[in-house]
Design a protein around this ligand. Structure first.
Ligand code: SF4
Ligand code: SF4
Length: 164
C-alpha cells in the first residue's frame, strides 16, 4: 500500500526494514517498493539470491541475513527504490542511486532529504562510485552519504548546496 501522496506508510516501512542489529553489523539493502508493478531486475541483480518475489508483480522481499551489502540491487533498480543503510560507531551511511550530472564531490556537504523532500539533516558525500559490470548495463552512479546514525531510516535523497 502507498498513501495517496505517494509516500510509504509507517507500516510498509516497518515491514521492509532491517533490524537495528543487522544495520550495525555491515551495510544492508532495503527496498521501499510497495506497488504491484511488473518489475524484477533487483531479483536477478543479487549474486547471493537474497531478493525474492513470488510473482512478477509481487512486492520484493530481501533476506537481510543473506545480503552481503554489495549494492548491486541499488544500481539495478529502475525505480530508485532500493537503498543501502549502515551504522558504524558514531556515523550512519545511506547509499542511493543518483541519476543527475554533474556528480557531487567526495566530502561535499549537502542537505539530507526525507521521503517528502524535506531537509532532515546535514550530510556529506563519502563515496561516489559505480559497480564494475553493472555500470555498463545501467550507467547508474551510486552515492554514499554520511548522515547522523539516527537518520539512516529517514534520509532517502539529498540536495546539493552548490552546483559545480
Ligand atoms: S546489496 Fe547485494 S547482496 Fe544485498 S540484496 Fe542487494 S544485490 Fe543482494
Ligand atoms: S527493481 Fe526496484 S522497482 Fe523493480 S521490483 Fe525491484 S525494488 Fe521494485
Amino acid at each position: 500500500m502507498i498513501d495517496i501522496d505517494g509516500v510509504p506508510t509507517e507500516r510498509d516501512l516497518k515491514n521492509s526494514a532491517p533490524s537495528e542489529d543487522r544495520i550495525r553489523r555491515k551495510p544492508v539493502a532495503l527496498h521501499e517498493c510497495y506497488q504491484d508493478i511488473p518489475c524484477d531486475p533487483c531479483v536477478y541483480s543479487c549474486p547471493v539470491n537474497a531478493i525474492t518475489m513470488k510473482t512478477l508483480i509481487s512486492i520484493p522481499e530481501i533476506n537481510h541475513e543473506k545480503c552481503t551489502g554489495c549494492s548491486a540491487c541499488v544500481a539495478a533498480c529502475p525505480g530508485i527504490a532500493i537503498f543501502m543503510v549502515e551504522k558504524k560507531d558514531e556515523d550512519g551511511f545511506v547509499t542511493l542511486a543518483y541519476e543527475f550530472v554533474p556528480l557531487p564531490a567526495v566530502g561535499e556537504l549537502v542537505d539530507g532529504l526525507d521521503r517528502r523532500g524535506c531537509i532532515v539533516c546535514e550530510a556529506s558525500v563519502s563515496r561516489v562510485f559505480s559497480l564494475p559490470g553493472i555500470e555498463k548495463k545501467t550507467k547508474t552512479t551510486l552515492v554514499r552519504l554520511r548522515v547522523p546514525p539516527e537518520k539512516v531510516m529517514e534520509v532517502r535523497f539529498f540536495r546539493r548546496r552548490v552546483q559545480a
